[in-house]
Structure formats: structure tokens, C-alpha cells
Design a protein around this ligand. Sequence first.
Ligand code: UDP
Length: 376
Amino acid sequence: MYDYLIVGAGLYGSVFAQQAKAAGKKVLVIDKRDHIAGNIYTEKQMGIHVHKYGAHIFHTNNKKVWDYVQQFADFNHYTNMPVANYKGEIYSLPFNMFTFNQMWGVVTPEEAFRIIEEQRKEIKGTPNNLEEQAISLVGRDIYEKLIKGYTEKQWGRECKELPVFIIRRLPIRLTYDNNYFNARYQGIPIGGYTKMVEKMLDGIEVRLREDYLQNKAGWNAQADKVLYTGPIDAYFDYCLGYLEYRSVRFENETFDILNYQGNAVVNYTDCQTPWTRIIEHKWFEFGKDDNGSEIPQTIISREYSYEWKPGDEPCYPVNDEKNGLLYKEYKALADWEEKTFFGGRLAEYKYYDMDQIVAASMNVWNELQLRYSYNG
Ligand code: UDP
């Protein structure tokens, strides 16, 4: 009998498993895929750590989280500075003085501020959707060239139908600063994310290619408590209907050249280009392999976003009102489960970043300890 069965060897499940194991618990981790690390999985090809499910850049302001992950990997000093390609015009991201200079030729923050102030006047009152929020933050020019096409491709919905919080993820600055994140700590684990998760799961029994939902009762009988990190609607056999997700698909290509696009991430922000962005993986590690040697080839991934359907890997929850209400109904069912608890991007239907996942998993573990020690 295990103390904990953990369904899903992604970041949430692995952090939880690591803590439980460290506290002397008997833990079993299962995953239906043939690898650990969920969507942060990286695979080494030609000396390059390929982010198989899309770019992952660890960033956080939370020192506890940063200290925690440092135990399992050394992080390099990669700083995310994606660029936007709008029909061949290149713009800096996130929206900052470089972007405003490229867009309007302005040089001082005051000039940029004046243009934004003028353009944002078209939105009266509180913004009700992503389009209004974007225009009220940076004005129509930037909205049209750098936000509208990208967002509508990524979410498969009009900006008018999307919630405002999505665009608030992006910083907007009147300084010349291309760092995509407002985070004190940032980097990529040297040796790849898979190696980091492997280290978290060190000494823990992990079984791959096991589909928990095919035999819930059988698995549950093997453990005292169960942490489920898969999609919450799938857990309940979609009995209340399907939650919507976006999935991503990658088209990978290898070139015998040193440098394809000159940056790790280039976003294609027009609506005609079918992919949302191209990742050139080697630049997450400055073009060097694990021994510090320059890699002569390069691997790129074109990222396409599409609507999830059963059988696909869900990646992004679509946190609009309709899905929010359905999630609440599933959550109410989940609260009735006695030995199973739910956590992570899919089980909580929440657009978590990696650091938030680590923090949430650490918090849940701590809360459980308090609860059980209180109940004796
Ligand atoms: N976004 C945009 N243009 C860009 C990059 C991002 O409009 O070039 C918007 C878009 O709405 C996107 C959101 O910002 O959904 C969040 O982007 P982020 O880079 O945080 O998304 P992730 O990396 O999680 O896919």
C-alpha cells in the first residue's frame, strides 16, 4: 500500500512526490505518456535540449520557489527577450521603449506616453474584454500589429471574446528593457528540464504508459491518498460536458547552419502566417552544448495552436466565463472526493506558470501536513 498515488509526472506531481518522499512517505507516480516531466519535457537532439511541448522559461519572484528548484538543477542566465515579426517588420517585446521607437519613431518616454494616452482614449470606462484592455494599455497601433493576430491565432477566438487577464500577463514599460518577465529570478535548467524532474523523482517509483482513468478503482485501492493532476473533466468522464482547451502542435526542422533566426523565440503577430511562433532551441543555451562547445546545426519548431478535441494533449485552459462556470461545477464534484485531491494546470483549469505550479504544489503539501497533524 502506498501513502500517495500521484497521477501525472509533470511539474506539479513531481514536486509533490519529491516532498512526500522526503517526508518518508511511500509514493507511486504514474503517467500515461512514455516520459516524465509532462509539458516541460525536453529531449536532447544533436546536443540541443529541445523543448518538445513549447518554450519554457523559468521565472519567479518567489525566493522559496527559486531556492527549491535550485536543489534539482543549476540554472543558466537565459533572459527571455522574444521579438515580434509582423509581416517582416521586427519589433521588440514586451511592449517597451524599443517597441515604441520602432512603431512610432519616438525616443523619449514622454513622447511614447503621449501617443499611448491619445490612442487609449477610444476606450471609455472599464475594459470588458481583451481587445478593450489591450487598446487601453498600449493603444490601437500596437494592438493591431502585435496583439490581435497573435492572440486570435493562439486562442482561436476573437479578442473581443477573450478575458482581460490574458493580456495583463505582459509587462508594459516606458523604459528600454526587453526582458519579457518582471521577475527577479530567471533561467533554464542546465541539462534540460527532464533532467531536473528526474532528479526530483530520484528514488521514487515511477510507472509510465499507465492510464489511471482506465482503471481508477484499481489504482485507488493501492494508495491511501491520490493526487490527480490530469484534466478535471476527464476525471469525471465529461459527465457535465467538455471544458475547452487549446492544444499546440509543433513542426520541427533541422538545418545545417549555425543560426536560423538569431533568437530563441520569434512571434509571428500577423494573422496570415499560420504558426504563432518559431522557437530556435539552441539559443536557450546560448548555442552551446552541455560541454560548452558551439553546436554546428540548429533545430527550430514552428508552433501551431488549435482547438483541443478528445485524444489530443490539452495545453491551455480557455478561461472565459462559460468554461469558468463549468469548471466550478466540476470543482464541486471534486470537493466530494474523499481520498483524491486535484492540482495543477489541468486539474485546476488554471493558466499557471511553472513557478506558480511549484508554489501551489509546495503549499498543498504543507497544508496537508498541517491538516493531518491537526487531525492526529
Ligand atoms: N501576446 C500578444 N503578442 C505577443 C505575445 C503575447 O498579443 O507577441 C498576448 C497573447 O494574447 C497571449 C498573451 O499575450 O495569449 C500571453 O502571452 P504569453 O507569452 O504569456 O503566453 P505563453 O508563453 O504562456 O503562451
